[in-house]
Design a protein around this ligand. Sequence first.
Ligand code: ATP
Ligand code: MG
Length: 262
Amino acid sequence: MTRIHQNMEVRDAKMQARDVSVYYESKRAIDNVSIDIPNKLVTAFIGPSGCGKSTFLRTLNRMNDTIPSARVDGEITLDGENIYSPKIDVVQLRARVGMVFQKPNPFPKSIYENVAYGPRIHGFAEKKDDMDAVVEHSLKRAGLWEEVKDRLSDSGTALSGGQQQRLCIARAIAVDPEVILMDEPCSALDPIATAKIEELINDLADNYAIVIVTHSMQQAARVSQRTAFFHLGQMVEYGPTSDIFTNPLETRTKDYITGRYG
Ligand SMILES: Nc1ncnc2c1ncn2[C@@H]1O[C@H](COP(=O)(O)OP(=O)(O)OP(=O)(O)O)[C@@H](O)[C@H]1O
Ligand SMILES: [Mg+2]
């Protein structure tokens, strides 16, 4: 059972999960989660290690498909369409619902090619000039252009950790996604690089639905407008971020945000 805060109807739901459970073999890691992910806002998933945040996040773009033991029950829609339907092209889905991981994972290719890769496989920007424009625009939006414009042919892996994470964000936005999922995107970064990513998340929320998993309460409070608290595979509580932090309905939520466990 999830406690949903009042004044929480999501009028503009980009994604909806209904009664979603996830199993690894017979072990249930997510237990009947239902949530509406609003468009053009940032939703934070918080909760102690092992509670299922990453597992649930991966259901939203079917990354669990890549884990043979994982099975997903329930329904998840994107703009009302069931993403687990056999009609769905998963490659296309993952362009619409992009993902940024905890550890920056640029391809061992040039900075330019890291960003151009997605648009190329999806057949956007066939001409060189068009591709150049997509690469420049994506790097600008990710706040990285000024730092790399003179070294686009250097390897993506030669950048600093914070730059690599912004490169991964540029790569995700280059295919013009609608939703961006971020699993602890700043946990390997220093405070300055973290501040840059947070600023970027803020800007990106003008155009996309963003879901971020974070272990930092301060980060959730800074970047998100909605927060869902997970515990032992359940979504315990969901509401406006300020209410979750100042007025949690459940003792488990309160204990977690006040640092009593987790
Ligand atoms: N590939 C997998 N195979 C089997 N069990 C898994 C797998 N991935 C996760 N689990 C289990 O599912 C549960 C939820 O894990 P998950 O990684 O989603 O938690 P989390 O909330 O993201 O934790 P953390 O904050 O440490 O990243 C855990 O009990 C974990 O051991
Ligand atoms: Mg995780």
